[in-house]
Ligand binder design. Structure first.
Ligand code: AMP
Ligand code: MG
Length: 401
């Protein structure tokens, strides 16, 4: 039996081997959510492209205005109109987003003024630059606003559109296939015969793949039969960039997935120092990347997120691929031996504001309700003893996509 490979070593190897998909597409900004940029995005204009007011009030030259004095209002400018010129010694009525008149350098907010005999009394001495958004405050024309390898979020699309950008270069979606293996599996709504279970991993895996913005391919399910699995994998390998299976990678007599892969390619990585998920396998089928995830539902979930995802993200062209973590205080004690454990935990602040992680009582690899209950996976490394209150890494489940 080969020794268990450390998790960090496996992730590092996988990420360093991952090659970004070669094809690049132009997509409209409105269709780019979740896609990964294949080029830097440069700003075509300054944002804002003209100096404007951030408030409703009166534009003035700050040095010409004295608190307590009244002024004539010589003009009125609203958002969407061209700039005007300020007549010396007067104010210009101005509204949020309107261009600051030539000659003005501040805006007195309307709450700091009073109307008196058709004139405006300024109650508060303005300072130069008050309530003014200078041209280029947010973005300078020509600068990179988004980088190659960045996965686009709603705020990134808004930023790109603020510079007039309407199309983006992105990597084509990574094609990821999911095949469930196991004689015991049936798909809802089929009734369960004795000994059968529902093929739940399939739904979770396809959903995680879709949530990442990959192109999910449903390869169905196959029985624990080496030839049948081999045939399915052979066809899939020509259709997708990566094949993911669940089940059948352990050491039982009904575990045929590794043999089937070896018939057409190789298994390079197998058996990790991880709990849950030890029998994870990685290799290739006819040159197409292959992950064999263990069948226990929590193992499938944890190994997909912690091991397969960084690799798949890099294949998708993404730069920042590692799951994000925070440090929290353990609200429990724990001890590991030869495997790194990822525990299902819930996070909250205690009365002094400390981030606390509470552990789910039943950490069995078949207990999917622990994952649904959890906010995060807490990592306890090989040979580590965690005492109540110790700092531990928690990988947030809801931060990822
Ligand atoms: P295996 O990895 O094939 O040894 O399976 C380990 C455990 O996971 C067994 O109890 C299987 O019945 C279960 N299992 C395997 N595949 C799935 C699946 N697609 N959905 C839910 N449970 C599964
Ligand atoms: Mg099995």
């Amino acid at each position: 039996m080969p020794a268990l490979t450390p998790v960090d070593e496996v992730i590092e190897t996988l990420v360093s081997r991952a090659l970004a998909v070669g094809d690049i597409e132009r997509v409209s900004v409105s269709a780019a959510l979740g896609r990964v940029l294949a080029d830097d995005v440069l700003a075509a204009v300054d944002v804002p492209s003209f100096t404007n007011s951030s408030m409703d009030g009166y534009a003035c030259r700050a040095s010409d205005v004295e608190a307590g004095m009244s002024y004539e209002v010589s003009d009125r400018v609203t958002a969407g109109n061209a700039g005007r010129t300020l007549l010396p010694g007067t104010l210009v009525r101005i509204f949020t987003g309107a261009p600051l008149p030539e000659g003005a350098d501040a805006v007195v907010i309307q709450e700091d003024t009073a109307l008196k005999n058709e004139r405006v009394v300024v109650n508060q001495q303005p300072g130069t630059g008050d309530n003014v958004r200078p041209r280029g405050q947010d973005i300078s024309s020509g600068g990179a606003i988004l980088r190659n390898g960045h996965r686009l979020r709603p705020q990134d699309l808004a930023l790109a559109a603020s510079t007039g950008c309407y199309q983006l270069s992105v990597y084509r979606r990574l094609r990821v296939g999911v095949l469930s293996t196991g004689d015991e599996l049936v798909d809802p709504p089929e009734p369960l015969a004795p000994g059968q279970i529902y093929n739940s991993n399939h739904f979770g895996l396809l959903a995680m793949i879709e949530q990442e913005g990959f192109d999910a391919h449903d390869l169905g399910r196959e029985e624990d039969d080496r030839n049948a699995i081999r045939e399915k994998l052979a066809v899939a390998a020509d259709q997708v960039d990566c094949v993911i299976t669940s089940g059948g990678v352990s050491v039982g007599e009904a575990d045929h997935v590794r043999e089937a892969v070896n018939d057409m390619g190789a298994i390079d990585i197998w058996r990790l120092a991880i709990k849950p998920g030890k029998p994870l396998a990685f290799g290739n089928v006819k040159g197409t990347a292959f992950f064999g995830l263990p069948g226990n539902p929590v193992s499938t979930f944890v190994t997909f997120r912690m091991i397969a995802l960084p690799y798949l993200r890099r294949c998708q062209g993404q730069q920042d691929v590692m799951p994000r973590f925070l440090w929290a205080h353990a609200g429990f004690s724990w001890k590991t031996e030869t495997r790194r454990e990822y525990l299902r935990v819930q996070l909250s602040n205690d009365e002094s504001g400390r981030l606390m992680a509470e552990v789910f009582g039943e950490q069995g690899s078949g207990v999917m309700s622990s994952v649904c209950w959890a906010d995060a996976l807490a990592m306890v490394d090989v040979g580590q003893t965690v005492e109540l209150g110790d700092m531990i890494r928690v990988y947030l489940l809801s931060w990822e996509s």
